[in-house]
Ligand binder design. Sequence first.
Ligand code: AMP
Length: 599
Amino acid sequence: MRFAELTTVYNELEATTKRLEMRKILSGLVQRVARSELAEVLYLSQGLLRPEYERVELGVADSLARRALAGVTGTEEEKIRQLTLESGDLGLTAERLFAGRAPPAEVDSRTVAEVYAQLRAIAESAGEGSQERKVLLLSSLLECANATEAKYLLRFVLGTLRLGVREMTLLDALADAYAGGTKEGRRRIEAAFNVSSDLGIVAEALVDHGLDGMDSIRISVGRPVRPMLAERSPDLKDLLERMDGTSVLEYKYDGLRIQAHLPAEGPPQLFSRRLEPISEQFPELLRELPRAIRHRPAIVEGECVSVDPDSGELRPFQAISRRRGRKYDLAKAEEEIPVRLFLFDVLLEGATERMKEDYPERRRRLEALVRPDGSERVALATQQRVTELGAATQFFDQAIADGCEGVIGKSVAPDSVYRAGARGFWWIKYKREYTQALADTIDGVIVGAFAGRGRRAGTWGALLVAVYDPENDRFESFCKVGSGFDDETLAGLKARLRPLETAERPAEVLTELTPDQWFRPSIVIELRGAELSLSPIHRAAFGKLRAGVGLALRFPRFTGRWREDKKETDATTSAELLGLYRSQVRQESSSPADEAPAS
Ligand code: AMP
């Protein structure tokens, strides 16, 4: 496919806010593109060069991109800077400067593969002189570009492509193109994506073998599996009932989820809940995991928690969050904030995929896999099989006393397989907060802000926050939150959100409110509130309870927790919010005796 053709499709995508239309455009695109370029087109359209978990970065700063643009168009860099200040987008500036410019005829036929190879070369140039090489490579890409290509090339290298094309929409498009748009086809395609986290591999297998190819996509060391997620219950009684009276309750550790991949040889690789490679951040786990795990290759999952070095007691989430994203003073951090990984699942062991085995079997395998005295840093999650409420309540109280957030009930049913990327009632969380006014905290995505007044002049007075609707790939507002921000957070709020500012409402954001500033949905914050109520101005679960109304969180408060471990699509979903609303209504109408046990 010619690169010019791809960028014409990007223009079409940009011109629509309708998801169905986007889906149609994308399914047309994936059908037209040759197999050899399919993976590349899928990555590029998401603003990526490789699947997201590989975190391949272009390493092109604004100034470097301006320099390349200045060289190619013969425009002063300062002029480019000024023009971009006005438009807020170097891509638009490039489009303007390139207007009417026809690329030489022989390069007009340049293919996606050729452009992709050059973009990879930009990403791969590192070390001494790499800045110059990057400028040269980008300049040569621009030399051959028309105005539209130039716009998208610059946005791409700066990481601001933002076509609003997320994985779920691409999966829809693939299902339309290769599985007749059937629900079952879509489900199988998504399942293959959930174990591979790589749309390129999925798409190629679809082209080669159709839907049957989906079953051939296997879990593989080095490729993170999308994590299985938990539903919630308003109380332990409900939890037990949903599990037909028997559940294995486990401590719900309050830390960071880690998926550890141990290859047959060589150091382990660690992935975060959002599939980021985080190996460097936990050198002690890289050392200790091979001691603790008997067979390799293996993929295991657990929660990493900070522990008190003297007493071994669990420390709150805030402690381990100081180790997240850290690049410097790693040795010092390791010493000051020691951690322990509590393993709760095994996905692969040797050549055997364990994901398809039921939970009790996986736990047995996990117990056999982990050497009890292998390492102080690696342990098994504490658990207990319960069949009645008294024992469940006791275990929950013990979990809280031991510094956990609550418990996770695990189904022991024959179908309790590891469901990658899925939220369901095979895992049910029940947290301490559920015993307070509104059951549970909500992880919301910041989509807008309102200017502050008085003491808050110069910063944001309130944030507009949304939940995620995976079905339609949309972010739906559910509250305006101004409480719970301490002075330090407030002082840094503008700067923190600035990179996400955007002049218009992003197409994927739904709300009836117009904030002073819009943000691209990206940052997740944890909120607590008094209750959920019906609202005509918020769009969460809109029309699901009654026509023309959505759900809103009353008296929302920021808990102080930035959920950096979650990306925007990991936020609370509108379906979960609806579930919370319903359980709130149920609780209100039930007698106090039915209420959750107080901790
Ligand atoms: P939440 O983040 O509130 O949706 O709760 C689910 C999270 O709890 C998982 O993603 C894990 O990070 C964490 N967790 C802590 N302990 C366990 C456990 N024993 N089993 C599964 N997940 C756990």
